[in-house]
Ligand binder design. Structure first.
Ligand code: MN3
Length: 200
């Protein structure tokens, strides 16, 4: 069964007032994400990987050089779906309950988390991702180049931020810092993070 581009959990113009334009969604979701899905389907067609889950493909193809194209496209499909679910209209704000307690215990405060998360995105040279992961009883910040992700590394992802240029160029041009500030203040879907933490 072929992989499909999952529907967005909101309308394509729903993030406009939160700093992410419909035009960004039109290209980032409708072109980039869709292209990864199409490329993955082409690459795994009629192979033993065609019936595996995305997570299985990511794990078995990581560091397998002849299968780098499959890894890259499978991981990018997974990363983008996780990314779209991790943001929402009028997001940001303040997490509550166990998640809020874990953020305070792990980083000192929500503001410290934001600083560390943005720093991970800022220091990821070139294309990649910043992550919030669960590590034992604590939360940690991580980053990864290109398509790599915590699934490949055997870690538990809770939230991600795409810092490829295509994620911000239409709305913020060259300013990755302005994009990241908007992401942490107006887009993060803390309910999604809390759900991932409870399921981990
Ligand atoms: Mn992207």
């Amino acid at each position: 069964m072929a992989f499909e581009l999952p529907s967005l959990p909101y309308a394509q113009d729903a993030l406009e007032s939160s700093g992410m334009s419909a035009r960004t969604l039109e290209y980032h979701y409708g072109k980039h994400h869709a292209a990864y899905v199409a490329a993955l389907n082409n690459l795994v067609k009629d192979t033993e990987l065609a019936d595996k889950t995305l997570e299985e493909i990511i794990k078995v193809t990581y560091k397998d050089t002849p299968k780098a194209g499959i890894f890259n496209n499978a991981a990018q499909v997974w990363n983008h779906t996780f990314y779209w679910n991790g943001i929402k209209p009028n997001g940001g704000g303040t997490p509550t309950g166990d998640l809020a307690a874990k953020i305070d215990a792990s980083f000192g405060s929500l503001d410290k988390f934001k600083e560390e998360f943005k720093a991970a995105g800022a220091t990821q040279f070139g294309s990649g991702w910043a992550w919030l992961i669960k590590d034992g009883n604590m939360l940690k910040i991580a980053k990864s180049p290109n398509a790599e992700n915590p699934i490949a590394y055997g870690q538990i992802p809770l939230l991600t931020m795409d810092v490829w240029e295509h994620a911000y160029y239409l709305d913020f041009q060259n300013s990755r810092p302005n994009f990241m500030q908007n992401y942490v203040d107006h887009l993060i879907n803390w309910d999604f993070v809390a759900h991932n933490l409870a399921a981990a």
